[in-house]
Design a protein around this ligand. Sequence first.
Ligand code: PXP
Length: 243
Amino acid sequence: MAKLCVNVDHIATVREARKTVEPDPVAAAILSELAGAHGITIHLREDRRHIQERDLRIMREVVKTKLNLEMAATREIIDIALAVTPDQVTLVPEKRQEITTEGGLDVLSQEGYLKGVVREFKNANIPVSIFIDPDMEQLKSARKTEADCVEINTGKYSEAKTEMETDTEFNKVEAAVLFAFKSGFIVHAGHGLTYRNVKRIAALKEISELNIGHNIIARAVIVGIERAVREMLYIINQSRISP
Ligand code: PXP
């Protein structure tokens, strides 16, 4: 079964809507773990729109599974990450105007720079994942950075409107997952996944980890986070038993 890392950014989004202290993403992280999540993912954005440095520091202390920090490969955030030492970092592109991460990192155009960043984290014993579109040239370039993992972007698959478009985007994800696995990467996937579309992706046995945020938190608002996490885990689990 693919492991599930729950992204709790949007608990912090609700808190920051009022610039107050509740709800606390740390509480969401603890409850997600108690419900069976294999890891917690947070994105410390340069504009600090949701997760704050305080959240990262406390989660480093209290998360007992795996803390995955999504981050832009900028000097400020790299230094914070090296000081806090999450269990894994995932390098993502970041634009201030975007609502959420819009696409994979363009590795090709900054391969040398990223190789240096990967080396800095590896010297600190922090494994590095790179969020990447299902694009073979980007994957080949990512290989040269010596990153340990790639997270294949499922955003286009998730946003597809028709069955045909969904199949086309799924085929791209599947091909990228197989290519990445054969290239020696540990393969993760995520972005836009929901209770309705996750099964096909989770059934790909080369994927060892899924990062899911918005749809779990959306359900959690209604049914509670422990139930929302358990329901997602159930679907992921079932995907390889009865695809
Ligand atoms: N993976 C990456 C790299 C992301 O940036 C995000 C969004 O923060 C996710 C997964 C989770 O996406 P969603 O919130 O749509 O499940």
